[in-house]
Ligand binder design. Sequence first.
Ligand code: SF4
Length: 523
Amino acid sequence: MIATQGTGFDVILVSGEPYVDHPLSAAGVIARILDDAGLKVGVIERPRWTDAADFARLGRPRLYFGLTSGSIDSMLVNYTPLKRRREKDEHAAYRSGMPDRALLVYANRIRSAFPDAPIVLGGIEASLRRFAHYDYWANDVRRSLLLDSRADILVYGPGESQAVEIARRLDRGDDLAGIPGTCLVRRGMPGNFEEIPAYEAVKVDPEAFCRAQNAFSVRKALAQRHAERFVLQYPAPIAAPADLDRIYGLPFSRMIPSHFPEFRMAQFSVVTHRGCIGGCSFCSLALHQGDRIVSRSEGSILDEIKRLTAHPDFKGFIDDLGGPSANMYGMDCPAPCEGGNCLACGSLDRSHERLIGLMRQARAVPGVKKVFVRSGIRYDLALESEEYIRELSGHHVSGRLKIAPEHVSPKVLALMNKDGGRFEEFRRLFRSLNQAERRHLKYYFMVAHPGCGEDEARELAAAVKRLERDGEKPVEGVQIFTPTPMTRSTCMYHTGRDPITGEAVFVPRTYAEKKAQKRMLAG
Ligand code: SF4
């Protein structure tokens, strides 16, 4: 049973973003999973954080409070890349209803209302602040969120199996140690853990900060000292395709609440897989969802689409068929290794055959008019299959395909760990396949990434000019790099070094530098 009113719940979820009974909603999935395990679940969405009583309106849960700020860190939601509050942003004013550092505030409110109630942190904000981390908005290295929030346990990654196991353990009165995909604070460090540089060291020593960054992995048992205690990370659970089939097979209503209209554009989106093998330096997905692909079965995906055709709001359109990178579906490694680079590895099946087959079957489901692919694609990988590019552009996009080359400077692209210089090759192939149908590409670019000085920004601006001269209206979006916790690029930003090579990296840090680079692209 899931409810937003009443009392007598086993678990109460507090979500910074609106709650939707939908597989793309962080709280929505956890609520369904707990319900499926036979638990009574209460949901408090977007609590009035200045009012402690609002956190107590469903009473005390029998087992625990689960806190999440949702699918984006609250600081990213509340501030622009230039650290301006979004509600004051003249271009796109936005009021999130979430406090800064939402999980800290929520945990403190819960602690004052229910001093002994177990608190579980989850979602992306918890996941990527599980160790000592550079906080761009404070321009400082902060302790693990687990310590600052005084919560009992932190879940990193999507968190489904952890949410149920924590409930079972608390129900039995068992210790919470050892649950895969969680972090705990303990006075001692078990022998099988790898110790990474302590908070006190990474706070003052860039070299130690880089060593910690290089040690991060979801597959390791890691320990980080904070004064006389340790933050312990237990390796993540290894999800199997059947696990995803079960999760996405749950009876989500997909009804969109009137107070969250913006979610309507994803109402009929279908997730095909998890994980990403791209390894982009500015992205933290590998340390949240994992850097190995886990694909759902075709049968489970097609069954879901068939169910959607019976939904009262369904108009014949699947909003998206994808995942972190849409074209990585089916690229599950038969024998995963530790630390290899999948994109360059001979064991990886890059044929896109499974995906092409799925796309054809999906659009053939009775009642489906069109299946859109709106998730980003990894275009250098797509070059492995001209047939895939033909299928995609011919049936699954609305006249324009958005890709994210991010930059053109080889130096910056190397620091971003992107692309390997196949942008022009993809552009030429796409144009040759789509010119007659007047389909075209739109690009996302990023400025002010570490390594991107004025020269590199000028190089990018010149490339955009060339694209425009070539009759393209290329730019879909220009993003100013934002250092988010736990990424390689954030480590460069904070330390001025590339943690992998140890080499010094130029970092544009001032408002003026970043603004100037963005203006260059605006031309
Ligand atoms: S064997 Fe290759 S494809 Fe598999 S996990 Fe390792 S690097 Fe990736």
